[in-house]
Design a protein around this ligand. Structure first.
Ligand code: GRF
Length: 199
């Protein structure tokens, strides 16, 4: 089999989704991809420490140009946005067409789009009064949270939920399960595609 698909993870914060991917590689859930690079838009992101603790190259990038340089140097083939808070330019997205995926903490098309990120997404769900929310993994295109949906998982909202309690449940019951599975699925597709090109 050809070498594993090279995965780069873009982060901005705590990195719990990155951690889920790292753990899934260790447990064998992800067997066709390997995280070769973590790039953060924030110097202080704990996600950088998670990467370093696991021997993964971890860099802070102050702009898109630096992100692109790091991706090229690493030979990244799949880019995972995991709590990444910057909006990528059209040029960037075109350069990695159908090779960028994102995890969003709601069931798209609910509670998504411009300004809907992090805890605010859960505040929107609670304010609206929905009984079910969840998470979505989707391809990234030029429309914020607008790309083709890859996977979704529903999570029940419970009486007394605060945004923080709900965020934790959505992470535990949906995000940290969906994202590693999607990384494995797409890494395998890319790896097989390279295999076929070689035959
Ligand atoms: C969380 O709100 C998560 O739902 C979203 O980004 C935020 C931070 O995630 N994907 P992480 O802990 O940095 O992975």
């Amino acid at each position: 089999m050809l070498e594993k698909t090279k995965v780069a993870v873009l982060v901005s914060g705590g990195g719990t989704n990155l951690q889920a991917i790292i753990d899934a590689e260790k447990s064998g859930i992800i067997k066709d991809g390997e995280v070769v690079l973590v790039v953060s838009s924030s110097r202080k992101a704990y996600a950088l420490q998670r990467a370093e603790k696991n021997g993964i190259k971890a860099v802070y990038a102050k702009n898109e140009e630096e992100i692109l340089a790091a991706l090229e140097e690493a030979g990244a083939e799949l880019i995972v946005l995991a709590g990444f808070l910057k909006i990528l330019s059209k040029d960037f997205i075109r350069k990695y067409e159908n090779r960028i995926i994102n995890i969003h903490p709601s069931l798209i098309p609910s509670f998504c789009g411009k300004g809907a990120y992090g805890l605010h997404v859960h505040e929107m769900a609670l304010d609206y009064g929905v009984k079910v929310t969840g998470a979505t993994v989707h391809y990234v295109n030029e429309i914020p949270d607008g790309g083709k949906i890859i996977a979704q998982k529903a999570v029940e909202i419970q009486d007394g939920d605060t945004p923080e309690i709900l965020q934790k449940r959505v992470m535990e019951q949906a995000e940290w399960i969906l994202l590693p599975r999607a990384v494995q699925q797409i890494s395998a597709e890319i790896r097989k595609g390279k295999e076929n090109d070689n035959n």
